[in-house]
Structures are given as C-alpha cells and as structure tokens.
Design a protein around this ligand. Structure first.
Ligand code: C5P
Length: 213
C-alpha cells in the first residue's frame, strides 16, 4: 500500500504522514528533506540555488546530510523551494522517491507532488492544507520551542512567498491530485487531524471506518 501525502509548508502533512506510517507499519519518506539537502549543499558550496548547474551538482549530496539539523531551518526551506523549481533537479530526485515507494509492503511519502507525479497510482492520497496564519503560528511555536525567536508576521510572509513559488512553478506545481482527499487542519489538533486522516485513507481503500465530513 502506498500513501501519498501532499500539501504546503507547515500544513501538518509531515506529522500526519509519520502517524499514518506508524499506524499501518510502513516506512515513511519526507521528500522535502531531499530538496532541503540539495539547497543546503548548494549554499555550502557557495553556489546559487537558482542556477541549474550549481543545483544539479548538489543533487549528489552525501546521505549523512539528511540528518543535519540545518536542513530544518527556514533558510534551508527557502533554498529548497528555489532548487525544486528547476526541472532537472526534480528529475534527478525522482528515481530515489519511486524506489522508496516501490519497496515491498509499500510506504508513505509526503511532499508536494507525490500524488500527482511521483506515485500517481498510490493506493490513497491526501492533500493537507491549513490557512497561512495558522501555519505561521505553528512554525513560530516550533521555532520558539527550539530557542529561535522569529516574528510571526515575517514567518507568514515567508510561507506565502514559498506557497506562491511552489504553486506557480511550471514543473510539478503544488496542487491537489484530482483524486486526493482534502484535509484542512486549520481547526484541528494533532490527534483529531490524524484520526481524520486515517478515516479518509480507509474510505479511499474501501475498508474500515467511514470518513465523516
Ligand atoms: O516540505 P518542506 O517544507 O520540507 O519542503 C521544502 C521545499 O521543497 C518546498 O517548499 C518545495 O519547494 C520543495 N518540495 C518539492 N517537492 C516535494 C517536496 C518538497 O518541490 N515533493
């Protein structure tokens, strides 16, 4: 069983993907980390994240980079959003994502184009969203817990800029797959969002409990 979870930054898709993976006993891949690794690698090499040659060279990043805490910073997210708009970079990362999805038993993958491009044949697809203000507040609280004090208005502006870049790029733009179930987490806490996600997945699989609207 392959579950695709897509959505914008700080929508809750990562938390939901990990919870679904735990619930169904599946491995989980946060595909945003791959783009973040490319972005950080470009910056460390002194390159430009919007330059195709610089970004392509960085696709060959060492596996250990995926565990680097710097990948979690807003700077890495912004660099990821830039390199990810380059079609050749997306192409360079496709095989790795499809191989992960194809492992025996299946997998959960979260990102922006999982249900539309990476595994359009996924058994279940969710598109997780939340309002920019709610997402900015969540990201702010997350950063505050990690000891970083950042202005929430600035975070919301960054989130809106990243949404715009991700949803208007020519290749694999951020958008729900036609057959994805939409899940708005703006007014849901984590437990309620995960519960709803499981119901939506099971409704798509045609098993278990029914999704309530
Ligand atoms: O999900 P996360 O915020 O870590 O993703 C960072 C950036 O990587 C996104 O803003 C997006 O531009 C890019 N990305 C993508 N396709 C994916 C996952 C992430 O373009 N499947």
């Amino acid at each position: 069983m392959i579950i695709a979870v897509d959505g914008p930054a700080a929508s809750g898709k990562g938390t939901i993907a990990r919870a679904l993976a735990a619930h169904y006993g599946l491995p989980c891949l946060d595909t945003g980390l791959l783009y973040r690794a490319v972005g950080v690698q470009v910056l460390r090499a002194g390159g430009d994240p919007e330059n195709e040659a610089d970004a392509l060279a960085a696709c060959d990043f060492p596996g250990t980079l995926l565990a680097d805490r710097e990948l979690r910073t807003e700077m890495a997210g912004a660099a990821a959003s830039r390199v990810s708009a380059i079609p050749a970079v997306r192409e360079a990362l496709v095989a790795r994502q499809r191989a992960f999805a194809a492992q025996p038993g299946g997998a959960v993958l979260d990102g922006r184009d999982i249900g539309t491009v990476i595994v359009p044949h996924a058994s279940a697809k969710l598109y997780v969203q939340a309002s920019p203000a709610v997402r900015a507040r969540r990201r702010h609280d997350e950063l505050a817990r990690a000891g970083h004090e950042v202005d929430v208005g600035q975070i919301e502006a960054d989130i809106r800029a990243r949404d715009l870049r991700d949803s208007t790029r020519a290749t694999a733009p951020l958008k729900p797959a036609d057959d994805a179930a939409l899940l708005d987490t703006s007014d849901l806490d984590i437990d309620a969002a995960v519960d709803r996600a499981i119901s939506l997945v099971e409704a798509q699989l045609g098993i278990g409990r029914k999704a309530s609207s």
